[in-house]
Design a protein around this ligand. Structure first.
Ligand code: SF4
Length: 212
């Protein structure tokens, strides 16, 4: 269920989101790989990917709610000023106030989303990662800065191309092997990207570095 958010500043401290975890680390994937960032993983996801590696996130009610002020204060304790909102599927919640509050503290706001819920919030970077398990909404193809397709099976390469065809011309396009299938899929992706150079490869480098 969406968290109801109003834009009345007096109510900002009362606004809450379920937070599964929040941590300061290095972005391991996609365009900002290698960049320090504060990650906020919201609880709740209605997409249901069979290979999901954060299934614990699915039930939002399992995770304690934090006020926007608490979330932003914790983020501000670290030196980097990039916040990555991830999940779960963060866009099942209204992101307007959280993103405005983060921006007030000087953060760049990045999101990782499957694009299956209407876009809310004020974003510097939208990483759109469509999943086969729930159809994404049209607006993401026009608004996202990055398309990241997780490749679990060779046929996903053709599926990725269908999404790439619909993306805005400025978007960065990434193919990323699903972690458990990496050994099998990486050679396929390497070959595919060499022959289709509009794509780049994204690896889950945080897993190689043993960081969250
Ligand atoms: S969208 Fe993300 S969190 Fe949700 S099921 Fe898929 S991989 Fe897991």
């Amino acid at each position: 269920m969406k968290t109801k958010i109003t834009t009345t500043s007096a109510k900002t401290t009362a606004l809450k989101l379920p937070v599964m975890e929040a941590f300061y680390t290095i972005q391991g994937e996609g365009y900002f790989t290698g960049t320090p960032a504060y990650f906020i993983r919201t609880g709740g996801c209605d997409v249901g990917c069979v290979w999901c590696d954060v299934k614990d996130s699915w039930d939002a009610e399992r995770w304690p709610e934090q006020t926007i002020s608490e979330i932003v204060e914790a983020a501000s304790a670290h030196p980097a000023r990039t916040a990555v909102i991830t999940g779960g599927e963060p866009m099942i919640h209204d992101m307007d106030i959280l993103t405005l509050a983060l921006k007030q503290e000087g953060f760049k706001t990045n999101i990782e989303t499957s694009g299956t819920s209407p876009l809310t919030g004020h974003w510097d970077w939208i990483c759109f990662s469509p999943k086969k398990f729930k159809k994404p909404l049209d607006e993401y193809y026009a608004k996202a800065h990055e398309l990241k397709v997780v490749v679990y099976h060779k046929s996903d390469l053709q599926w990725a191309e269908k999404h790439a065809d619909r993306m805005n011309s400025g978007a960065q396009l990434y193919l990323q092997p699903e972690w458990e299938k990496s050994e099998e899929m990486l050679p396929e992706i390497l070959n595919y990207v060499k022959n289709n150079p509009h794509w780049k490869i994204s690896l889950q480098t945080h897993k190689f570095m043993n960081i969250p």
